[in-house]
Design a protein around this ligand. Sequence first.
Ligand code: HEC
Length: 150
Amino acid sequence: MNRILILFLASLGIAAAQDDAKAKLMEAGQKAFPTCMACHGQDGKGLPIGDKKMAPSLAGSKIANGKPEILAAVILKGIAKETQDYMGIMAPLEAAFASDEQLAGIMTYIRNSFGNEASVVTPEEAKAFRTQWAEQKQPMTRAKIEELEK
Ligand code: HEC
């Protein structure tokens, strides 16, 4: 076999392995998503309650689709309730996502559902984010999130 063909077949193999890893993360994320549904809704658009919503839409959300370190912080530490815009509260979910596979799964899932198309988050990355935020004891604030988005 010539080298080009071998390289081509090898790259197909790598692509298949990556697809497989993504599929596994998406499956783990889908299983964990009911934890978020009570507020963000089954369709991720935010559960309506009267003329308000329990929580913002994850579809097209800058936080969901943006820098994964910020999304990880929001899930692990929650968001301080500073306004009455939403009926719910984004509580810290560190305890529910104690495994790196689960954290990577939920992040990958919401970044690739509801029309979102953002990068996969691997368990290795999830672990690094957990370490990055280990010292943060307070929930995130909108001001801090905006600062980090710059
Ligand atoms: C008990 C209700 C509740 C649950 C459960 C919940 N959230 Fe939230 N979430 C909120 C509320 C309320 C906000 C808005 C917080 C604010 O700005 O005051 C929010 C904000 C967010 C945001 C920021 C969205 C944006 O663009 O502003 C993300 C991302 C998010 N939640 C992800 C999740 C994920 C993932 C889960 C499940 C693992 C989850 N949430 C579970 C209530 C909830």
